[in-house]
Design a protein around this ligand. Structure first.
Ligand SMILES: [Zn+2]
Length: 403
């Protein structure tokens, strides 16, 4: 089915657009006029996809507050006539967020620069000068996922789902998250199924990952500490880098760069490798490289607290091992590698699943991963974010693998 993401227009705005179309028709301009029910503003054109659910999932991570849309002028690209819109930072920001959510969820879409316009006539017969449009404005409170089908008398558009703007007033454009203090100098932020951390020393603070649906982890952290804040990513998967744009540079393992840059993510990577230490002032964190879930997955050993901050490899939830960048053999070797550090931590703070977990989990994950690799555990076919995968429940966790 052909899909696109759009803002549906108010009746008042449609009235202005229809009036402009009438004037164009009176001036002798013939062509395919958009019928009233089809007038809309496209934010992203996706094209043919077998299923709409992955797009709705991606859209659900986009949040925005209501904003105004105002008609301004008539123009054309070749034989396509459109109504323009007043330049709006809010509109541009929403389009950017929608497109980023699609990119991060690997949903293909037309990447042509966003140039907001409402199509009035296609295949116009000729030019027509001096057509104006009555100014009309509306408040945008929803973004819709649309399906288009070719009907007998032109295109038929149908709304498949929508996301609503957040109630305006106080607050930012984030979805709900929860801040939980772990000890005097450590916090975990629970953000739609993923967890990230703020750790403070005497000199500076470190965010370990930057969230999935929040895009202001830095502001959240500044509400908890006055220290300068830096960012480290355990890896580059989308649910760990939600606020990276708030930082010019961040610590990451260099082998994670390709995974991180998918979808055009920017920022300078400050490479950290196994054995390197990050000193926050009386709190030293040592980097351990654990490839497998992704090539540059790292864990941090909080030396004085005897805590391992493990990212995705050590956790009791769902461990993503399907698709590009995953490698089960390397993952198993990483779990074995971790044995060398085993006497230096008593507790593990993972990015997903229960909090905290304990070192025995490493052995259970190791056994489970070997069973999956050897084919001695039964997998179940499933769909995750539009991907057909096989889920292996090994008791300690569920490995999601290629079918
Ligand atoms: Zn994750």
């Amino acid at each position: 089915m052909r899909l696109f993401i759009a803002i549906l227009l108010s009746n008042e705005m449609k009235t202005s657009l229809i009036e402009a179309q009438n004037v164009m028709y009176e001036r002798g301009l013939r062509g395919n006029y958009s019928p009233e029910e089809n007038l809309h503003l496209t934010l992203a054109f996706i094209g043919d996809l077998p299923r709409a659910e992955p797009v709705l999932d991606a859209l659900s991570t986009v949040s925005f507050r209501p904003f105004a849309l105002t008609l301004e002028g008539i123009g054309r690209f070749g034989d396509l006539w459109w109504a323009g819109l007043q330049d709006s930072a809010a509109l541009n920001a929403v389009a950017r967020r929608v497109r980023r959510a699609l990119a991060e969820n690997c949903i293909p879409f037309d990447r042509k620069r966003f140039s907001p316009h409402i199509t009035l006539v296609r295949k116009a017969s000729r030019d027509a000068a001096g057509i104006g449009i009555a100014p009309a404005a509306m408040r945008v409170e929803a973004i819709s996922l649309m399906r288009s089908d070719r009907g007998k008398n032109g295109m038929i558009y149908k709304e498949l789902g929508r996301i609503e703007a957040e109630a305006s007033g106080e607050g930012d454009y984030n979805m709900k998250y929860q801040i939980i203090q772990i000890d005097r100098d450590s916090w975990r932020i629970e953000d739609s199924g993923v967890r990230f951390f703020l750790l403070t020393g005497t000199e500076r603070a470190l965010l370990v990952d930057s969230g999935r649906s929040v895009h202001n982890a830095r502001d959240i952290a500044s509400g908890l500490t006055n220290l300068p804040i830096c960012l480290l990513n355990t890896h580059g998967d989308m649910d760990h880098v939600g606020s990276n744009a708030q930082f010019d540079a961040f610590y990451m393992h260099p082998e994670e760069e390709e995974n991180f840059r998918r979808g055009g993510r920017e920022g300078e990577i400050l490479p950290v490798r196994e054995g390197e230490r990050i000193d926050l002032g009386e709190r030293v964190l040592e980097v351990i490289h654990l490839p497998g879930h992704t090539p540059g997955s790292i864990a941090l050993l909080d030396l004085s607290r005897r805590v391992l901050i493990s990212g995705d490899p050590i956790q009791d939830g769902r461990i993503f091992m399907f698709g590009r960048f995953r490698n089960m053999e390397k993952y198993i070797r990483s779990l074995e590698h971790l044995q060398a550090w085993r006497d230096r931590f008593d507790e593990i703070w993972p990015s997903h699943g229960s909090f905290p977990v304990f070192p025995e989990l490493i052995d259970k994950l190791h056994d489970g991963a070997i069973q999956v690799l050897e084919g001695s555990v039964e997998g179940e076919a499933m769909e995750v974010h539009g991907n057909s995968i096989r889920a292996y429940d090994v008791g300690a966790a569920v490995f999601l693998c290629d079918p």
